[in-house]
Every structure is written in structure tokens, then in C-alpha cells.
Ligand binder design. Sequence first.
Ligand SMILES: [Fe+2]
Length: 221
Amino acid sequence: MAFALSRSVAEPGYLIARSPAELAWTRASKFGVGVWPRALPAVAARRFSEAARSRPIAVETTVDLASPQQARQAAAQMGDPLLAAFVCNDLRRLLPTFAAITGENEVVVRLHTIRDGMCEKLHADYVTLRMLCTYTGPGTQWVAPGDVVRENLRRIDVPVEEANASVLRHPGALRQARAGDVLVLKGEQWPGGTGAVHRSPPVGPSAPPRLLLRIDAKDRR
Ligand SMILES: [Fe+2]
């Protein structure tokens, strides 16, 4: 696969893509994180927010890329036809990108609302690769590999916030995806690599729910 990053794109220590095709460069890049920054259309952003607030959403399904109707069926569970069309269109672009990076054609798609902090401790996932997109609410936080003090991961001798701070080389090292951004995180099972360090964003008890799309290889969740 052709891989070429300009110096300015490479300097932050993670891959910044302008399209799903460029996001697939994560496979060949030395970086453990790829991000496709994008802003959702205003109407979709509003409807995602309304949908997440109105009812819990918990969709989980296995999708074989050879059977695209499975992605349509998963998206249809959004209820709202506009959102179903948006998610379906997203899956059409993101699933082949996931497959191009991992070589996996069977994936598990999970779309769910989250009302708590879930995994607020900085960690790396025990997977090959994980793709995330927060459709509404605060996005996943991550640390560029060069900013991680790896020996301080998994600390249990201090409170979580103190453990997290000790993982960062400097206070500004914690980055955050915005709603709509697509994030690709190499995991601990990525060949020869070390997993990308990240965490769920902290959310207060009265915060609006997040709606998170997660894509994993079927056998490595
Ligand atoms: Fe994680």
C-alpha cells in the first residue's frame, strides 16, 4: 500500500487523515493512532443528540463485508430514518477502511449510548485495532505515543486521576476527539506494536449521554 505523509502531517505523532482512504494509511504508518477529523452536518448532530437523550440505544451485530445488507440492518435500528441513512453511509465507508487496515472482513459493530465515564483510566485495548466515532457528546481522549510514560500504565497505587497524570509527559498531552471524528487505535495485539493509550472522557452524572460507534474485529474483542 502506498504510504506518504507530509512532514507537517507526521509531526504531531499520530496520523491525521482527510478521508477514509487516508485513514487506511494507519496500517503502514509507524503511529498507533489515526484520526479523521470531521464535523457532522448540523441537522445530523442535532438529531443524534435528540436520539441519544430520548432512549437508550444498544445495537450490536456482526457484519461480513461480503453481506452489506447486515450494515443496513444495523443502521436501521437507529429508528430515525435520517440517522439510519447517515450511519449506513458511514458504515459503507468505515468498514472497508477497517478491513484495509486489519485484513479482517468480519467485524463487530456496536452502537450504544453511554451515560457514565466507562473506562476513565488511561489504558491500551487488548485488540488488534479499534475504530471509534462519537456521534454526540464528548469524544474519546488519547495520548500521542511520544507523550506516554508507558511504565506508569496500570498503576493501582494511587487514585485514577493521579495515575493518569503520571502517564502524561506533559499536562497538555491528553488530546480529545470531537463529535464526528473517526479515531483508529492500534491495540496491544497489533503485530510488533504497543497499544495506543486512550480513555473514555470523564462525564458528570447530569451530562447528556454519548452515542458511540465502535468497530472491532470479530474474534478479537
Ligand atoms: Fe479502550
